[in-house]
Design a protein around this ligand. Structure first.
Ligand code: PDD
Length: 284
């Protein structure tokens, strides 16, 4: 039995019904979050929920729950669905109303839905590393909002997958921004580079954890944009996300990264991230 959270109720999946007039369906008019579950415990849930509220505020959408209520709801989904390792997905749309572009008047209640799903950590890929493909970043200029509008990300990821790659790396005006659903990092001469958190990227929660761990490990960090050309000659490349954790990149387009094996600093960060998970989960 799979239990979803829909509009204030816990409902079995086969009994879920969503209106065809939901603005998420017509316009992608909403925001979302993905929270990892390790050992039945939510990881960095407060940070994810805070970002959900920030994304919602940026599109002038008021979430009809408190942060604490949403964390409680997510915990309940984990328990009801007996999730050990997996994630909780949640989204909120501007609600159900006849299709006109502007916000509905009178205002309607937002539609909040969530589910929890099993999913193993990608340990094999984390050991071996993966290939990525550069694609033009033709997204809008508010990539800091975790919006349901993911068409450009979907197109980019599909292009990458069709080329046998794990992820697409967006390039805007010659500069690498982020992946289709990940943040990107490079290491050159012992210095860690990543795009600054501005409107061109989503400020990943995993990105923020990795930046903190890097500083703790004494790795110099520079949050500054770098070009595709610079990325192609980095000693190491890796990407981060809630689901991929710290994922080494061993090939970018036709170019092998470093020695073609996961880099030294990447592996150090992977290890630090893994022990961070156990500490947080154990203490949760
Ligand atoms: N994606 N950049 C983009 C465009 C993303 O969609 C994501 C997350 C990230 C990494 O953020 P975080 O570390 O907070 O997961 C960066 C999620 C996992 C998804 O869409 O499934």
């Amino acid at each position: 039995m799979t239990v979803y959270f829909v509009d204030g109720q816990f409902v079995e999946k086969e009994h879920v019904s969503i209106s065809i007039d939901d603005r998420g369906y017509y316009f992608g008019d909403g925001v979302y979050e993905v929270i990892k579950v390790y050992d039945g415990e939510l990881y960095t849930s407060e940070e994810h929920i805070a970002r959900l509220f920030e994304s919602a505020a940026k599109i002038k959408l008021a979430i009809p729950y408190s942060e604490a209520q949403l964390i409680e709801m997510a915990k309940q989904l984990v328990v009801s669905n007996s999730i050990s390792v997996g994630h909780v997905y949640m989204q909120v749309t501007r609600g159900v109303a006849p299709r006109v572009h502007q916000f509905p008047t009178p205002a309607v209640a937002p539609m909040f839905t969530a589910y929890a799903l099993d999913g193993a950590r990608p340990t094999e890929e984390m050991q071996k590393g993966v290939k990525v493909k550069s694609v033009e970043d033709f997204r809008w200029l508010r990539c800091d909002i975790k919006s349901l509008n993911l068409l450009a990300n979907v197109m980019a990821k599909q292009e990458a997958v069709e080329s046998g790659c794990k992820e697409a790396v967006f390039v805007r005006d010659g500069y690498v921004t982020e992946g289709a659903s990940t943040n990107l990092f490079g290491v050159k001469d012992g210095v860690l580079y990543t795009h600054p958190a501005n409107n061109f990227i989503l400020n990943g929660i995993t990105r923020q954890v990795v930046l903190r761990l890097s500083r703790e490990l004494g790795v110099a960090v520079r949050e500054e944009p770098f070009t595709l050309e610079a990325a192609l000659v980095m000693d190491e490349l890796f990407m981060t996300s809630t689901t991929l954790e710290v994922m080494p990149i061993i090939q970018l387009d036709d170019k092998m990264v470093g020695s073609g094996r996961p880099g030294e600093i990447t592996l150090q960060l992977q290890k630090a991230f893994a022990s961070q998970i156990s500490t947080v989960v154990a203490g949760a």
